[in-house]
Write a protein that binds this ligand. Structure first.
Ligand SMILES: [Zn+2]
Length: 517
């Protein structure tokens, strides 16, 4: 811990020097706005208004927010719109038939030459109320020992308290944090340096099924110069975080066939092909034990990590030993490379294998079929379309005939090895360069504001960042503020108050500190 802190302050100092240099170049904006001073002003303001901020937060969390719950999801949109208008923002509701509205709120800056969109989503995951300690949509404050606290009493609020409710962390906290940051700036008569466009989506947790159509229908509103996505948790070390990419995904299901009916494996074993053995060999031909994909050409389009990405990875606090202990694994895949470097590579994950039975249900049978469910994780510049033919060519090279439906008797009679291939949903990856001026600027401002970020070149999971990035290669940078242990998507979701306070400082510093062009 101490060692980390020492290193952090060194980085912060270097960032401050960098920023001072940037100030000479962009004398207008950065020189005028010292992130440390703005962060301090935001803190001073916040300390005087904690009860009001928490009241707004609590009121917003009290509105149920499942994307499919039309009346309530619209109540959320209306409430957020009102919160924005209260701050003097120009608002509009973008609509599409059958989709929750997108709330757009603008704050223009007189000398700004660019518009930065700041994104969060107001819908949440479904809840299983029986698993929650209290009603998911009746926010409750608890102290670090887990005892309920009456935060409305006029007494000091402990930053280690947590507010429990669905979407406290994912993803209403950023909405409240941004609006509080605007209040803090106005109280100090500080004006944003860029045009800010707040964009609040209402069906992220349902997989953003209409986002692509929204972006198409509203290019004027939804094609800014850059995106800052405020979603997800910060790094496990509790340090602030920026992420610059997300992996794409593509689902695949494979079925291989044995005899048309189950057969006695004593009478027919080693003569009638065993589909489980065929499937495991087939999977073995696709991926080795270390995670390397063995499909020919699979790495041809994979971008090598840049120097900046490797440097950022080297500075990520090393939590791997802790994770190994937590997961009780003595070794890792990936040839000994650190987790975040492995995430820059594509992956072939085997999600499940199904055939026959084990344990008490085991029987001496040659099964009729065996199935595997696979998800590929894709990295730039791969796409679902680019890997599909490679995978299918590989299956054919293993002697298989590909079918799209359950094979009929004639097909089975003709081909010794048949695999049914079913491709599922998929979308491409996205990554923003760490070397872009905006990427550096955001990191430098955060460092100078006292929140030196861990910079992740990509997250391993898949979020549709590519939708925001395409077609103009728009920079998209992720800036989460929630605590890593916020139980997002699960019961007892919560937000640690210090994370909200940090978010307010970060947003305030960015809104005023970004260069105008
Ligand atoms: Zn989220």
């Amino acid at each position: 811990m101490e060692k980390d802190r020492g290193r952090d302050s060194g980085v912060a100092m270097r960032s401050r020097l960098l920023l001072a240099f940037a100030g000479l170049v962009f004398s207008h904006a950065v020189g005028a706005a010292d992130p440390a001073a703005i962060s301090q002003k935001a803190t001073t303001w916040r300390k005087q208004h904690e009860h009001e901020i928490l009241q707004e937060f609590s009121d917003l969390l009290a509105i149920p927010n499942l994307a499919s719950d039309k009346p309530n999801i619209e109540r959320n949109a209306t409430a957020i719109r009102a919160l924005c208008e209260k701050r003097g923002l120009t608002t509009q509701l973008l609509t599409l038939e059958g989709a929750p509205p997108i709330v757009v709120a603008d704050l223009t800056a007189s000398e700004a030459k660019r518009t930065i969109a700041v994104y969060a989503h107001y819908d949440g995951q479904p809840v299983d109320a029986t698993k929650w300690k209290s009603d998911p949509w009746k926010p409750v404050m608890r102290d670090s020992a887990g005892n309920d606290v009456d935060w409305k009493k006029p007494k000091a609020i402990d930053p280690e308290w947590r507010l429990y409710a669905r979407s406290a962390g994912d993803d209403k906290a950023p909405i409240i944090g941004m609006l509080a940051a605007l209040d803090a700036l106005r109280a100090s008569e500080l004006k944003p340096s860029v045009n800010l466009r707040f964009v609040f989506e209402g069906e992220e947790e349902a997989g953003s099924p209409h986002l692509a159509r929204y972006l198409e229908k509203y290019p004027k509103e939804l094609r800014p110069d850059a995106w800052i996505l405020c979603d997800g948790p910060v790094h496990q070390s509790r340090r602030a975080e920026l992420f610059f990419g997300a992996r794409g995904t593509f689902d695949l299901e494979l079925t291989v066939y044995g005899p048309i009916k189950g057969l006695h494996d004593g009478h027919y074993g080693n003569w009638v092909p065993n589909p489980i053995v065929r499937l495991t060999h087939l999977l073995d031909s696709m991926r080795d034990e270390d995670g390397r994909i063995l499909i020919k050409g699979f790495y041809d389009n994979v971008k090598s990590p840049t120097a900046a990405e490797l440097a950022a990875i080297a500075k990520i606090p090393d939590v791997q030993a802790d994770l190994r202990r937590e997961f009780q694994i003595a070794a890792t895949e990936g040839n000994g490379k650190p987790l975040n470097e492995v995430l820059l590579q594509p992956a072939l994950n085997i999600r499940g294998i199904e055939s026959g039975h084990v344990g008490a249900m085991a029987s001496n049978t040659i099964q009729t079929e065996a199935r595997a469910s696979i998800d590929f994780r894709l990295v730039p510049n791969e796409t679902p379309d680019s890997i599909k033919p490679l995978v299918e060519r590989h299956l054919v090279a293993q002697g298989y005939t590909i079918v799209r439906d359950t094979p009929d008797a004639a097909t089975r009679d003709k081909h010794p090895k048949i695999v049914r291939v079913t491709w599922g949903a998929g979308y491409p990856p996205a990554r923003t360069s760490l070397d872009l001026p905006l990427s550096r600027e955001i990191a430098a401002i955060m460092s100078a504001a006292g929140h030196d970020p861990v910079r992740l070149p990509t997250v391993g999971g898949s979020i549709p960042m590519y939708l925001f990035q395409q077609p103009n290669d728009t920079p998209v940078i992720g800036l989460p503020i929630a605590n890593h242990d916020d139980n997002q998507h699960a019961a007892d979701e919560n937000l640690r108050l210090q994370n909200l306070w940090d978010g307010i400082e970060i947003y305030a510093a960015l809104f005023v500190g970004l260069t105008t062009q």
